[in-house]
Design a protein around this ligand. Structure first.
Ligand code: ADP
Ligand code: MG
Length: 697
């Protein structure tokens, strides 16, 4: 690495290293303790921190500050306030107080809240989250904050995530104490692999569907798709490469450790993965990355599409969420190579398995979105069914543990079993099942269901909470074990748990039809659409989980469910509107015009040469007029279904109608338009085709 490369890293971040330089040592010490212990900051310290932060920000060209938060829209929000403060005599001073740093009061009335807050109490509070560092973006000092209502309910994605991290920290420590370990903290680590498409700005501007919905609502398959597999890891084209270089450079400035970049399977599809870090920061980094991708693409005449399925029939984009948890000294999902560590590993592994089985519905729900409905179960993406892939080595251990072979053995033999079979597990990084939605990949789980556009706070909140709950049950059981030796009791618990939850383990082809049948036989959830998946958010057992673990109160969970429903319904409404407008105003006129041209050609040619062979033209004309008719029929059917859905007052029922009535009507209209694309002359076709967009250079 050359010196320039390293010196750029983190220059825009008020990192630990910068804090040491800008804060008096006692302030730095107090702030570090606050961060570590998660305690509120006292105002004197906050004032001193604000002062240091302001000095640093001004030196780096900042003119404004903003509380940077994640309302339930999932994206980030910021309101900029100038550092400048007029003093009345025509001059101004620069001001940034501790209070301004730790607390903001943005008007919350236009953010989704699912009925949590009446408009007369429009105020929301944003509170500094000192565990994710402040940074400067485009001359604005951005302070990552949590966002809540006047009465303290969380109105954002960050707060529940922080709560879930705290509950996992607490329960993991209880379990580790049983193994004689007392670490200061347990951290959840996440690395997100962000997939995206890049297309030319010129093509994008000519597609209303891409502009409004982020995906193509129409488009026949291209002559060449991804069948040659030549794009995956292929040489990166110059325009894309210059975009990626600028992106890396920007991200490194934000101390986002962008590590790998490559072409993905689909043409025009790419991926960026950073080095993992604590989940709270990882989510912030991912949101920043997505924002930068969109912004910087425009510098290169490109548009970055982050929708889960911009192109029908072509791979969609996901955001693999690599997840593990551990202490400063060890990754608790690392199989390790000592027998004692292995019993511990098996306990943690079992708790994850049980958690994923018990809360598979919630995990599926956490990744449900309008866009992801098009991706899950299509092409490369995992199905909508949650299952776990463990790899051969771990699977055989689990099999041995659950087979009952050892059930009759004595305590000593059981322990020997643990010792004999478990040592020296090699990291299994080769045997990877790409079709699994939740795969063990060496020392972490890779949750592959989240879509590319989603804020992964939801998925990680569910995962952390569910695992914390299972760890709690384990710890409770162990504390109540009486005289039984710990290892014996732990192994018994593990065996019982695995026996009850092994149905969630699956090593076969997750894309196959047989798996759907088999999964149903096993009683696993299979929610095909968002409308089907969302109700489990408010299922009794799940409300209990969230409130027992202190992550979401029932009121908060219900409001989030409402927000998700509303968002789904609104997006479906927008897509249906866009389809109707495009079919009527973009496609029908040109298809009719082309039919008229053919008709005129027939008349002209026949007049000039009555016996000219015109049967092909007649057939073409018939196909075109029938096509136009099918589009009108499709439009009518969509309109009817759409109007009926919009008239439904209950948001769950409305979502059901959108998923099961409107969506099929949209598919039918699309098919009618797409059928015309290959037969209408290319100079008539009003929008760039898949061939145009996917192979732009
Ligand atoms: P892949 O083969 O799926 O691309 P990689 O090994 O390149 O997998 O890792 C993908 C992501 O997983 C990266 O963001 C990486 O930092 C992250 N990762 C690696 N180890 C861990 C871990 N222990 N916990 C969480 N994330 C991890
Ligand atoms: Mg991956």
């Amino acid at each position: 690495m050359n010196a320039d490369l390293t010196s750029r890293y983190g220059t825009m971040v008020f990192s630990d290293h910068v804090m040491k330089e800008y804060l008096p040592s006692d302030v730095y010490k107090k702030l570090s303790e606050t961060v570590k212990e998660g305690k509120p900051l006292d105002l004197d310290v906050a004032n001193a921190v604000a002062h240091g932060m302001k000095e640093w920000a001004l030196k780096h060209g900042a003119t404004h500050f903003a509380h940077w938060f994640q309302p339930l829209t999932g994206i980030t929000s910021e309101k900029h306030d100038a550092f400048l403060d007029p003093v009345g005599d025509g001059t101004a001073i620069v001001k940034f107080s501790g209070k301004e740093l730790v607390q903001g009061e943005p008007d919350a009335s236009s953010f989704p809240n699912g009925g949590l807050r009446a408009t007369f109490e429009a105020r929301g509070y944003s509170a500094w989250d000192p565990t994710s560092p402040a940074f400067i973006k485009d001359e604005v000092l951005c302070v990552p904050t949590a966002f809540c209502s006047y009465s303290g309910e969380a109105l954002d994605k960050k707060t529940p995530l922080l709560r879930s991290m705290a509950t996992l920290d607490k329960q993991t420590k209880r379990v580790l104490a049983l193994f004689g370990k007392n670490p200061a903290h347990v951290t959840v680590n996440v690395g997100t692999e962000q997939e995206y498409f890049l297309i030319s700005e010129k093509d994008y501007e000519r597609r209303q569907d891409l502009i409004v919905c982020g995906r193509t609502l129409f488009g026949a398959p291209p002559c060449k798709g991804q069948e040659l597999d030549e794009h995956y890891f292929g040489a990166i084209r110059p325009t894309v490469n210059s975009f990626m270089k600028e992106l890396d450079d920007e991200l490194w400035g934000f101390a986002v450790a962008a590590k790998t970049k490559h072409n993905e399977v689909a043409p025009c599809q790419h991926e960026l993965a950073p080095v993992f870090c604590n989940v709270n920061r990882a989510v912030d980094e991912n949101l920043l990355t997505m924002e930068m991708m969109k912004l910087l693409a425009s510098h290169h005449g490109l548009v970055c599409l982050q929708h889960e399925k911009p192109f029908e029939g072509i791979n969609g984009s996901g955001k693999h969420n690599n997840w593990s948890f551990g202490t400063e000294d060890e990754n608790l999902l690392d199989p390790g190579d000592t027998p004692e560590a292995n019993l511990q590993f098996i306990v943690f592994l079992t708790c994850v398995i049980e958690a994923v089985d018990n809360y598979q519905d919630l995990l599926r729900m956490s990744v449900a979105s309008c866009g992801n409905d098009h991706r899950l179960g299509a092409h490369e993406a995992p199905p909508a069914i949650i299952s776990i892939f463990l790899g051969d080595e771990l699977s055989s251990i689990i099999d041995a543990l659950t087979s009952g072979e050892t059930a009759a053995h004595t305590l000593r033999e059981q322990l020997d079993f643990g010792v004999d079979v478990l040592p020296n597990l090699e990291r299994d990084t080769t045997d990877r099942n790409r079709t699994s939605p939740f795969a063990f990949t060496g020392n972490k789980f890779e949750f592959r269901m989240p879509g590319s556009s989603v804020n992964v706070s939801d998925a990680n909140t569910v995962l952390d909470t569910a695992v914390a709950k299972t760890l709690k049950e384990f710890a409770d059981a162990m504390e109540a074990r009486g005289d039984m030796e710990f290892e014996h009791a732990a192994l018994n618990w593990v065996r019982k748990s695995l026996q009850a939850h092994k149905r969630i383990l699956f090593s076969g082809d997750g894309y196959s039809e047989e798996w759907h049948v088999e999964a149903e036989r096993r009683g696993l959830c299979n929610f095909a659409t968002t409308a089907d998946a969302l109700p489990c958010f408010v299922a009794e057992k799940n409300l209990e989980l969230f409130s027992e673990m202190g992550v979401l109160s029932p009121v908060e969970a219900r409001s989030r469910y409402e927000v998700k429903l509303e968002k789904y319904n609104k997006l479906m409404n927008i897509e249906a509107n866009t389809m109707e407008v495009m079919a009527r105003r973009t496609y029908l006129p040109v298809i009719s015009a082309y039919a008229t041209k053919i008709a005129k050609g027939i008349t002209t040619v026949t007049a000039a040469m009555p016996d000219a062979p015109m049967s092909h033209e007649h057939r073409e004309l018939k196909t075109l007029t029938e096509g136009v008719n099918a589009i009108y029929d499709g439009l009518d059917a969509l309109r009817d279904a759409h109007v009926a859905a919009e008239a439904i007052a209950d948001s769950q029922e409305q979502a059901n109608a959108y998923a099961h009535k409107v969506r099929p009507a949209m598919d039918a209209l699309r098919a009618a338009v797409d059928a015309m694309e290959p037969i209408v002359a290319s100079d008539y076709w009003p929008v760039p085709t898949y061939d145009d967009m996917l192979f732009y250079c």
